[in-house]
Design a protein around this ligand. Sequence first.
Ligand code: ZN
Ligand code: ZN
Ligand code: FE
Length: 761
Amino acid sequence: MRGWHIRVRGLVQGVGFRPHVWRLATQSGLAGTVLNDAEGVVIELFADAAAQARFLAALRAGVPPLARIDSIEVTEIYALAPKDFTISRSRAGHANTGISPDAATCPDCLADVFDPQNRRHLYPFTNCTHCGPRLTITRKIPYDRANTAMAEFSLCAACRAEYEDPADRRYHAQPNACPDCGPKLELVDSAGKSVAGDALQKAASLIAAGNILAIKGLGGFQLAVDAGNHAAIARLRKRKHRPAKPLALMVRDMAMAENLVQLTGIGRALLQGWQAPIVLLPDKGKLAPSIAPGQACLGLMLPNTPLHHILLQSLASPIVLTSGNLAGAPQIIDNEEALQKLGQIADYFLLHDRDIANRMDDSVVQMVGAAPQILRRGRGYAPAPMLLHKGFNGLPPTLAMGGDMKNTFCLLGQGHAIVSQHMGDMDKPDTQRDFHANMGLFRQIYEFTPKWVAVDAHTGYFSTRMGESLAAKAGLGLVRVQHHHAHIAAVMAENGLPPDAKPVLGIVLDGAGYGTDGTIWGGEFLRTDYKSIERLAHFPAVALPGGDKASQQPWRNLFAHLRAAFGAGQSPGLVLGPLPVAAELEAKPLQMLGQMIEKGLNSPPASSAGRLFDAVAAILGLCFERIAFEGEAAMQVQALAEAAPDEAGYYPFYGSGLASWKPLWTGIIADLGEGVPKSIIAKRFHNTLNRLIVQTAIKVSGRASATQVVLSGGVFQNRLLLAGVKDDLEALGFTVLQPEMFPLNDGGLSLGQAAIGALRP
Ligand code: ZN
Ligand code: ZN
Ligand code: FE
């Protein structure tokens, strides 16, 4: 009999790892101990070499659902073997247990909930070590019940017995609850008056009858209507002032999903994973187009709590499930506030008495070819730490503030990056409040004290100013990071590139980011490592007449683009000829706008790919006046192109490359004049951009001396463009890195800022 010290690192705390080890050892009749400490889990095992090897193989093979092993180190120890195997208390002085992401109901709990003999039959708050709420109920650490929103509920004898039994699935499950001792539902009308009867059954019948139901979900309030009821959807859109933005759906099961969307193996796996995100999948057109107007995909998710499972079981059709908030503001999490603010929107409220300690949006994932790509990282994914290349070990702890849109922050230290959940747009006071609260909680959870603060180079960002004042107050170093540098570095970090990685060619297609020359960038070819950037090529800079207004009103970009391509002397009427869009554009105050551009008044030049898409949308008659949500115009152009045949061709660029968009506009205008279908024009535009990007990449890659290409930036959320450029570059022998687990939109900025900040020159 020999003794072994087994060190396990990874996501191994608060996920049922110790009882898992206990069961394995006990089953094999091995003695020893297992405990948590600051670095993960330590096992002392007494076994001969063969039994030890079998134990380790079983340990790796049967990891609990929420756990992840990053590494196992084994050293021999010389000690007396104890009689049996025990779970020891966590090592004193180390409260660093981390918090795992919230997990969708596991199959075992689901079976409990739908078993009429089970004491948790139809209990909407059933959970265990393998599933249930985590960060959303955590108030502070250590992660013990008393420090969560479950503190108000004391365990009944039956639940306590489960909680204390290492052989039980609910051993140390902090949110463990049952109908006798746990949270309870209440259904009320919009005046707050209680509705009698079984809350869930009643809620289901109210939805079926066409009502709008506000539901207190896992990470925030949600609004639900019957997805088969056009009138109810229209009412929800009207009351929520959300005319066009796609609405997500929740389906009861995979059969219902198969009926609505086209599914591949990866699509199925994403839907059914314990993260249970919203997955964007090709629409089969079975439901009302008003759910996702002008889109090729539907956003679908499966139920993620027993509450949602039970509700959906009682309904014949899927439900629209969208966040319960006022336009633009973050999701509401509080009962009182919901009744107050959503009273004009929802007809009924399904409430409960477990607080939501931390707001958590649903995550959104899309498929690019066969690869998943997280567009919004919240429930199920945050705050799982990401292991960086080992060269990041021992660097000074760095806090990155993110950007102002789709904000996240990032803590980088001890070789890991921890990115917060998606919080939203920083110009909203609620988002800023969340930011401070989450930052405080994360710093406590991870015992994190930064040495450096990294911010965007844009001095006007709220996030930048907050970072500046934080650094000034605490006497920390401040690092300003160029926006697109951060976009690229995030992908480098996610792909495990070492701190001294050779430069890559970073291609960023973005809406807007502050450039090193003081202009706005957004169509960039950059030679980049973690420490420096060099701008090799960029899209032609075109004025943004009216500044911020230009990103809301596509016609402004059409005007600026035509003016830049054909000259100030050529009026749009002349350039566009008899096209109907000519008259629409001529009706705008073009003379004034022209003068503004001429004089450089509130018309900054921008090499923005996003605004190019807006201009193309406008000429195609999509969102000409204004967009209803960020990215709408680009999404509509993409959806049009997705409907076109594969061999649509492209516009010649006469060898002018990135000198001017004139050949592109000449081609589009000629096509429109000849009555070419708009979907073909949209596809030709995509193909042209694709070719131009690849051609430019070839041209500058020599100067970049890079064979690795990174693709990032919000405009690359365009699946068509991303997959096309990637395939073409790979066919040419480039290695293409793209983000998967972190958003390529501004939600991923903080990760890149943190990597650059920690390695600042
Ligand atoms: Zn469970
Ligand atoms: Zn109980
Ligand atoms: Fe960006």
